[in-house]
Design a protein around this ligand. Structure first.
Ligand code: SF4
Length: 225
């Protein structure tokens, strides 16, 4: 059964401007080659909701929010109810998502159950399946188009492993963001080198992205380059 895999007490970095607890949800509808969270992606529920909610009750006034990550949190069947309980305690919620489960994301936005969304733009359309093993680029695109119009703060980000994505691919993504009227900052995250086995058994990157070749049509920030 999918559910909470683990949680961490707080982080000042993960949820911009807020001190937040982080909850990892098991399960994912992608199989990204560079993913080193295999335990979470293929994992089952390890922790009951109540255990986390009890923990959170004791942090009212000490933490600002809760960051939902994974896996992909939208895979959790009880996400909406769980988010309501957290919001009712006065906490803000950040959602990390790959954007495939459009209906869940829309419901969270419409019911004011999410305050900030970090949306992964995994790859340009022609490389989307190769990198994620998910065929539904159009579902990601639907979520993105919806968030452009919706009244919720969100960021778009891409993890870069240069064996998978090069400067040309990134510039294609920037083109899409620019044409669709994305007004925020686009975050490029350098792949975190680890000795953990990745889903695609990827080796370490042979080179870093050449930042000078990245188009500056929109504001771009580089994390860990
Ligand atoms: S990196 Fe890919 S496979 Fe891993 S949790 Fe994120 S979306 Fe799922």
């Amino acid at each position: 059964m999918l559910g909470i895999y683990s949680f961490q007490k707080f982080s000042s970095l993960d949820f911009p401007g807020r001190l937040a607890a982080i909850v990892w949800f098991s399960g994912c509808n992608m199989r990204c080659s560079y993913c080193y969270n295999k335990d979470v992606v293929f994992g089952k529920k390890q922790i009951e909701e109540e255990e986390f909610l009890e923990f959170l009750k004791k942090r009212i006034g000490l933490l600002d929010g809760v960051s939902f990550t994974g896996g992909c949190p939208t895979m959790y069947p009880n996400l909406i109810d769980f988010a309501k309980k957290i919001k009712n305690m006065g906490f803000e919620i950040k959602l990390d998502t790959n954007g495939i489960n459009f209906e869940v994301i829309k419901e969270m936005v419409e019911k004011n159950l999410v305050d900030y969304i970090a949306l992964d733009f995994k790859a340009p359309k022609e490389k989307f399946y190769e990198i994620t093993k998910n065929k539904h680029y159009e579902k990601f695109e639907k979520t993105f188009d919806y968030l452009i119009e919706a009244d919720v703060e969100f960021e778009v980000r891409t993890t870069v492993h240069t064996d998978l994505l090069d400067e040309n691919d990134i510039n294609k993504i920037i083109d899409v963001l620019s044409k669709k009227g994305y007004k925020g900052t686009y975050y490029l995250q350098n792949y975190f080198e680890t000795d953990k086995e990745t889903i695609g058994n990827l080796p370490h990157q042979k080179r870093k992205l050449d930042i000078s070749k990245i188009n500056k049509l929109i504001p771009v920030e580089f994390r860990n380059f």
